[in-house]
Ligand binder design. Sequence first.
Ligand SMILES: Nc1nc2c(ncn2[C@@H]2O[C@H](COP(=O)(O)OP(=O)(O)O)[C@@H](O)[C@H]2O)c(=O)[nH]1
Ligand SMILES: [Mg+2]
Length: 457
Amino acid sequence: MVLEKLGEGLRNAINKILRSNVADREAVEELVKELQRALLMSDVNVELVFELSERIKKRALDETLPPGISRREHVVKIVYDELTNILGKKAYPLEITPGKANIIMLVGIQGSGKTTTVAKLARYLTKRGVKTGVVCADTFRAGAYEQLYQLVSELGVKFYGEPNSKSSVSVARKGIEVLQKEGCEAIIVDTSGRHKEEKGLMKEMQDIAKAINPQEIILVVDGTLGQQASVQARAFKEATNIGSIIVTKLDGSARGGGALSAVAATGAPIKFIGNGEKIEDIESFNPTGFVGRLLGMGDLQSLLDKVREAELTPDKEAAMAFLSGRFTLKDFYNAMEQLKKMGPVSKVLELLGVGAKFPSELREVADDKMKYWKVMMQSMTREELVNPKLIDRSRIIRIARGSGTQPKEVKELIDQYFAAKKVAKMMGKQRLRGKHGMQIPQSISPEQIKKWKGKLA
Ligand SMILES: Nc1nc2c(ncn2[C@@H]2O[C@H](COP(=O)(O)OP(=O)(O)O)[C@@H](O)[C@H]2O)c(=O)[nH]1
Ligand SMILES: [Mg+2]
C-alpha cells in the first residue's frame, strides 16, 4: 500500500469529523490539527502544511454550504480538494506518438530506482500494446547490463546493450539505431547516474540527450528522501523543459507524502510512482484518484458526487422566486431553461426538495419541446408574456400561426405554465422548507425579484 501511514492518519481525522455531530470551529480545528500531524509525520514541508491548514480552516468556516450538504461533508470535500492541490492537481499521462520511435530517457542518481523503473515502464507500455525496447546505457556500474537484461527478458521487450563498452553516449546512440530498425515505438534508455550531486547528473543527462534527442527525459527520484526530493526535482526542471518525474519507493516509505508534495511544488509533472520492487509495481500518477484512495475512496466517492450534484443547484433567489409562483410566462421559460442547464430537470427539482411535488410532464420537459416554447413565446406580445391569463382561444390561434405550431401545442405550454404556477404557489403558502433546509419564503421582496430577473434575462 502506498503511503500507508499517511493514509491512515488522514482517514482517522476524516472519520472523526464525519462521525461528529457538528463541524463547528472546534471540530474543524481538531481536524486540522490531526491532518497537520499526519502530514508532518510524512515529511510534508512545514510551511506547506501550515498554508494548507489555514486554507482548509478558512474555507471550512467561511464558505457557503451547497444545499443538501452538511457542514461535515463540506469540510471533507475541502480537505480532499486541498490535498489534491498540493499533490499537483492534475495528471500528466505519458504520451506515445504512434508510428514513430518515441525515445524516453531515464536519469537519476544511482540507487534511485532507474533500472527497475525502465523495466517497469517497458512492461507498462508493452501491456498497452506499444512495441517497446530498452537500452542499457549505464556503462559504469558493473552488472548493469545483466540487471536490466534479467528484468526485461521475459516481457517480450527488445533489449540492447554492450557489456564491455565504456561510452554511454555511443551505446545509447547505437541502441536507438538498432531498436528503431526493429520497429520499436517506444525506446527507453537507462543511464548510470553515478553522480552524487545534481550538477554532474545534469551534465551527463545533457551529453546523452544531445546524442539521442529524446522526446522525454524522466527523472527518477527516491521517495524515501522525503521533501529533500525537491532539490533534485528543481535542478532537473531548470535543466530541461522536456522533463517529467517518477517518484519511487513510495511503498512503505514513511516520508513519501513529503517527497510527492515537494516535487509537485516545483511544478515538475509527476507521471508515475513506483510502489514496490516488483516489475508490476508502478502506477501512473493522478492526484485526484490518489488522494481519493488515501482518504478511503469508497465512502468518499459518493460524498464527492453528492457535493458536485449539489453545487449544480440553481441560484437560490431565482429558485425561490420560481417557487413563489410569482413569475411570468417568460420567467417560467427562463427558469426551466436554467434548470435544464444544470442537468435533468427532475434531478434538480429533487435537490431542491420539491421533485415529487411537480407534475410529471413538467419534470420531463424535453429539449425539443423547449425549443418550440421559445418560438411560441416569440409570437406573443409583451402583455401576454407578463400576464398569460390574457391568452384566450383566439390569441392561441394567432400565436400558433405566428410560430408555425399547432394551437394545441400553444395550449399545452400555457397549461404547463399554470400548473407550475399553481404548484409553486401552493408550496409558497406552505412556507415550504426544502427538505435540505433551504427556506422558501411566502413572498419575496420587489428587490429580490428585480435581482433574479436580471440574472435570468
Ligand atoms: N521498495 C521499493 N524498492 C524499489 C523501488 N524501485 C526500485 N527499488 C529498489 O531500489 C534499489 C535500486 O534500484 P535500481 O533500479 O537498481 O536503481 P538505479 O541505480 O537507479 O538503477 C533496488 O534494490 C530496487 O529493487 C520501489 O518502487 N519500491
Ligand atoms: Mg541502474
